[in-house]
Ligand binder design. Structure first.
Ligand SMILES: N[C@@H](CCC(=O)N[C@@H](CS)C(=O)NCC(=O)O)C(=O)O
Length: 230
């Protein structure tokens, strides 16, 4: 299998966590933001990554969107499952997945790029990095007012996800699409000292889930990084 990705994207991390948890062999192809459109649009009409190419006879040619990738991988390799078998838990896990994907992953992006353009500029002050940050901020209309709203959405996320303080999994007693989504889509906050200080439990869980999936830890947490060959 081949995963088309941006190396730094938290949505692509989400797909890698599921591939890793299911111990599926795959390779990655890192695309360049902007130029990716020429490769990606002809495949499915969308412009976003991740995209999974199963590259196997009898399998679909291309699966776009991290949620669809979860669903496909669950069918492709049912065990270990990432979907609870109990119907109520299953509904809850998918609801959390959808909210984390559609609302919280976006809020993380806004807060992260605001930080990288201001207090966090010294993480990589190079011209190329600052240019990428500028383009992303323009692409998604990231401005101070929108960032304030995103911060409020993140506050709600910390309340909802505080279940992680008492139990290792958000739903039921095993890892699900909800945990994979939370661990990936909040991971960029590990670069922001304020969040690291205020929510240590969140980053402990993110580390544990990455370890369960055999995935390298996200920037900011990687001092404890594990080795994985792609
Ligand atoms: N809901 C989508 C979101 C994916 C997404 O937003 N990907 C971003 C990178 S983090 C992207 O590809 N942006 C490039 C573009 O929109 O052209 C998913 O889960 O796959």
């Amino acid at each position: 299998m081949l995963l088309l990705q941006f190396s730094t994207s938290h949505y692509c991390r989400k797909a890698r966590l599921a591939l890793g948890y299911k111990k599926i062999n795959y390779q990655v192809e890192n695309l360049t933001p902007g130029l990716h459109i020429f490769k990606v649009k002809p495949l499915n009409g969308l412009t976003t990554l991740p995209i999974l190419l199963p590259q196997e006879e009898g399998q679909p040619k291309c699966i776009a969107d991290s949620t669809n990738i979860f669903k496909y991988l669950q069918e492709y390799t049912p065990s270990p499952s990432i979907i609870p078998s109990n119907p109520e838990e299953k509904t809850k896990a998918w609801l959390l997945e959808d909210w984390l994907d559609e609302s919280i992953g976006t809020a993380t992006r806004f807060v992260y790029y605001q930080f990288r353009a201001n207090e966090g500029k010294n993480l990589d002050p190079s011209l190329s990095s600052q240019l990428v940050i500028k383009v992303v901020r323009m692409q998604y209309s990231i401005n101070s007012a929108a960032v304030e709203l995103a911060k409020k959405r993140l506050q709600t996320a910390f309340e909802v996800l505080s279940i992680w303080k008492q139990q290792p999994f958000l739903v039921g007693d095993s890892l699900s699409v909800a945990d994979l989504s939370g661990a990936a889509l909040l991971s960029p906050l590990a670069r922001i000292p304020e969040y690291r200080q205020n929510y240590p439990w969140l980053f402990e869980r993110i580390i544990q889930i990455h370890e369960l999936c055999g995935e390298n830890l996200p920037p900011g947490l990687e001092s404890k990084s594990i080795v994985k060959e792609n």
